[in-house]
Design a protein around this ligand. Structure first.
Ligand SMILES: C[S@@+](CC[C@H](N)C(=O)[O-])C[C@H]1O[C@@H](n2cnc3c(N)ncnc32)[C@H](O)[C@@H]1O
Length: 318
């Protein structure tokens, strides 16, 4: 089971497409540390009882800004036997202590890079950001060489009309970073409709992507880098670009994937948080976790009539 946990809505970057852009004026929140530890014990028990591996993946805002992250991660990995992951903007990775903790305790780390230097730094409003990431990611790879377990290092990029033609160049530059995988999102429009209108992928952009992927995939694989995003995923992109709705009858909610937000709401994905009234405070036993599936199946979210959830469409399949 993969549990994505949005531990904070604080962020230190101002990405114009993101709901957590530091310039947006809304009240930010952090998750309660005690709640995370209690739920982690429950997931650990779930893991022992069912034999299923549980991976906790920290999300934000910027998750590496959440103050208890290092101590909590150590406890979850070393004492509770949970797998750990995070998606980060990478600003905090300049800290050698943080990199060392990640190399010791994480199974994977996803770093967001939205294009070659000029594009990345502009869209993330972070001068020098790309070069910073190149330096800290290669350093992190070096840090992990001596470890028993190899950290899986991934770069995720958001594709939009103005960077689609730069994706090949970005992949070429990433070859020297020591990463294992490249994944991509299409720009989503839920959070920042004004940005989306101007930058969304058009049908011709999706065709450009579809044509470039096989060659790029071979090129990267020759360097041991996997380029993810299967045919279902491209089908989702094509449908979004042309305004076609993609209905999902059931994604087997609550079985393999959970999303928890900073206030403790638990849903099958980030989009459906408001539709299922489930809070971590109600989850006290492994049985409670196991009944989530039937609770979610009782009510259908309107989001499922045009599902935007990347994992449902095989983002991680090549
Ligand atoms: C919300 S961010 C949080 C983690 C971290 N601050 C970061 O920048 O990676 C998680 C991922 O979602 C992506 N993202 C943010 N807004 C998006 C949007 N409107 N459409 C698609 N992906 C988006 C980011 O680029 C990042 O890879």
């Amino acid at each position: 089971m993969i549990v994505i946990w949005r531990v904070t809505t604080h962020c230190n970057l101002g990405c114009g497409y993101c709901a957590y852009d530091r310039n947006l004026p809304f009240e930010r929140a952090d998750v309660d540390e005690g709640t995370v530890l209690r739920m982690a014990r429950l997931f650990s028990e779930y893991q022992s009882r069912t034999g299923a591996t549980v991976m906790i993946s920290w999300l934000g805002g910027e998750p590496l800004l959440w103050k208890p992250l290092a101590s909590v991660s150590k406890m979850l990995s070393k004492e509770l036997g949970l797998q750990l992951s995070a998606t980060t903007n990478g600003t905090a990775l300049k800290s050698a202590a943080l990199r060392s903790m990640i190399a010791d305790d994480f199974a994977e780390l996803t770093v967001s890079v939205d294009g070659p230097a000029a594009f990345h730094d502009r869209v993330r409003r972070w001068p020098g950001g790309f070069e910073h990431l190149r330096s800290v990611v290669t350093q992190l790879r070096a840090d992990t060489q001596s470890r028993e377990r190899r950290l899986r290092l991934r770069v995720n990029t958001v594709l939009m009309a103005k960077n689609i033609h730069l994706f090949g160049e970005l992949c070429e530059q990433l070859i020297s970073w020591g990463i294992d995988e490249i994944t991509f999102n299409q720009l989503g429009g839920n959070d920042r409709p004004e940005f989306y209108r101007e930058h969304r992928l058009r049908p011709e952009d999706v065709e450009t992507l579809t044509k470039m992927l096989p060659r790029l995939r071979d090129r990267l694989w020759a360097h041991g880098i996997r380029l993810s995003g299967g045919s279902q995923y491209l089908h989702r992109f094509r449908a979004s670009a042309s305004g076609e709705r993609l209905r999902v009858d059931s994604c087997n909610p609550g079985k393999k994937f959970l999303f928890i937000d900073e206030r403790g709401q638990v849903a099958p994905c980030s989009f459906t948080l408001a539709d299922y009234d489930v809070h971590v405070d109600e989850l006290r036993s492994v049985e409670d976790l196991m009944t989530l599936h039937s609770r979610y199946e009782q009510r259908r979210s309107h989001w499922c009539d045009d599902c935007p959830s990347t994992q449902v469409f095989e983002k991680f399949v090549a």
